[in-house]
Design a protein around this ligand. Structure first.
Ligand code: 3PG
Length: 218
């Protein structure tokens, strides 16, 4: 698949999700129950971070057991991780930032990639390779709404997934920006709830997040 095709698919996927929970888990059960609660709450896609040793195995398990949820693997920073995520059936890839070498590999990947950046220069480098859908990270620290507005004027074709510092209060304003495909955040998958098995809390927060997307985008 060409980068034009995978980027169109990335935009379609992120736009239809609206909100992308950033999920970190330590056990397969946590992965299964968290995703089941997100689905019950109306959230159709996640970023599953590669920050824990079990994350790769969780990807395989989720693809086999919960095919209804799209799995974007996050924190993909090495060629080996990229290959393994593709082999295990990841639906898309997300990165917090992107080295020049990794950007070239992502541009050739057979699945959609949403590479991270935080400055106009970084986004321009990614756009030279054909990327049009990127993650703005860490969004609030990088300037938040003002940064999004600033990027939109010179780079109107760039669509972003701001992540880092999003919450129920600021989510509507971010979602209203014309260059926002979706927003990412961890507030509905609080690690304390996951570790305590409080799936009802994950479900309720997901329902609230999905309602925010509907209220802004219809
Ligand atoms: C992360 O790195 O954990 C994500 O960017 C989520 O950020 P948040 O916890 O501010 O939502």
């Amino acid at each position: 698949m060409s980068i034009e095709h995978t980027q169109l698919e990335a935009e379609r996927l992120l736009r239809s999700a609206g909100i992308l929970p950033v999920v970190t888990i330590h056990t397969l059960e946590q992965a299964r129950e968290t995703c089941a609660a997100l689905l019950r709450g109306g959230i159709p896609a996640i970023e599953l971070t590669l920050r824990t040793p079990i994350a790769m195995e969780a990807l395989s398990m989720l693809k086999a057991e919960l095919p209804g949820i799209k799995i974007g693997m996050g924190t993909v920073v090495t060629p080996r991780q990229l290959d393994e995520c593709v082999k295990r059936g990841a639906d898309f890839l997300v990165t917090p930032g992107t080295s020049a070498a990794m950007a070239k590999l992502f541009a050739q990947a057979p699945i959609p990639t949403v590479p991270g950046g935080a400055t106009p220069t970084e986004f321009l480098s990614l756009m030279e390779l054909g990327f049009r859908v990127c993650k703005l990270f860490p969004a609030n620290a990088a300037g938040g709404l003002n940064m999004l507005k600033g990027l939109h004027a010179p780079l109107p074709e760039l669509k972003l997934c701001p992540t880092g510092g999003m919450n129920t209060e600021n989510a509507p304003e971010f979602l209203k920006q014309p260059n926002v495909a979706c927003i990412g955040g961890s507030w509905m998958v609080n690690l304390k709830w996951i570790e305590a098995g409080e799936w009802d809390k994950v479900e309720a927060a997901s329902r609230e997040a999905a309602a925010i997307v509907r209220s802004v985008r219809g």
